[in-house]
Design a protein around this ligand. Sequence first.
Ligand code: ATP
Ligand code: MG
Length: 413
Amino acid sequence: MLQSKLFPKTKKEAPREAESVNHKYLVRGGFIDQLMAGGWTLLPLGWRVIQKINNIIREEMNAIGGQELLMPLRHPKSIWSETGRWDKAKDVMYQFKDQAGREYALSFTHEEIVMDLLRKNVVSHADLPVYLYHFSTKFRNELRTKSGILRGREFMMKDLYSAHSTEKDLMDYYERAKEAYSKIFQRLGFDFRVIEASGGVFTDKYTHEFQVISEGGEDTIYYCDSCGWGQNKEIFKGKKGDKCQKCKKGKIVESKSIEVGNIFPLGTWYAERMRVYYTDKEGKKKPIWFGSYGIGSTRVMGAWVEVSHDEKGIIWNKTIAPFEAHLLQIQNPKSKIQNLAREVYEKLGNAGIEVLWDDREVSAGEKFADADLIGIPVRLVISENTGAKIEWKERIKDNTELLSLGQIVNKLS
Ligand code: ATP
Ligand code: MG
């Protein structure tokens, strides 16, 4: 991609109302744009990051049998009334009428919609289990939206739903989903904890939150510094410094954190209310066991910026960076640098490496500042001083080295 063509250009100043790091840097770097409070455009750079995050999530969902589909975002009132959530979730749900007076909601989650699919399509135990997921926009009327893209009033979520004939089958799958979630956040490169949280009205079991350790987080968690077991502030009974009640060895520490994922063993609560039954081997009608599993991919992008930045800008890792390398040419108008840079750009492209090429005629200082702000993990500089070689610098390091094109292709492949 040529940076001269990239939309939009970077900004020198953060928006005046921006309080959080992710808001400032993602806007300045040209990853996101705010339409109104809690409503964001994912600009080309931001969309590239989100697609990388989503692809990792997708791979791990497919690995535990998930089948991807896409469900509607506009739902009739009647389906939400079946579980009573039309009234119970009124505060968070956007509800509206059309011109004929019919009532609808914008999706804030999809349990009821999946249940409706199951009751239309599942007859017997032989039709179970079912694992369905999608990536889609969720709408929630959040009270506050000061944390940038961490808390939107519309945001992107991957939600997986699982349906089972027995409680044991649900809980076995719940453990597999928990492992898949851990794998996702490991692959993304986060320092995170799997934290017990309340099951709410649906289940007497715990739910589990995936919490990224971050100063900029809105949540507070308590966890063991040895075995990692932990609980969120809402249910934790002890205090920091206590001995861990799980492993009896470690010490409990308190931390600010960002919830990036949450999984719920929902039991038969939904099936009973929506009359979603299957017939078992003896021909008896039984309610379906149900679980749901969510990750907010736009929040994941914001969380990364909160935990990985410096005073100059964002520091992406290779896994979710919008490009793998940022090629900069520093030239005077008469030099041959332009041709050399084009050759490097094309060769890297042919080797399957994603490169952003800063081909603009702006000062070296401006190019370096933009490279640090955008935060692509590897910066490659071609100038009068680099001769036939290319200067390699990693965003997380200070030192540079001169390498041949062949060496660079090897290092990036
Ligand atoms: P929170 O407590 O932060 O409001 P939640 O517990 O209500 O979130 P869940 O219903 O558990 O959210 O949603 C699953 C995931 O969706 C969350 O773990 C988070 O990654 C993401 N998410 C939830 N609300 C938002 C939001 N307003 N903006 C962006 N992502 C969100
Ligand atoms: Mg949650």
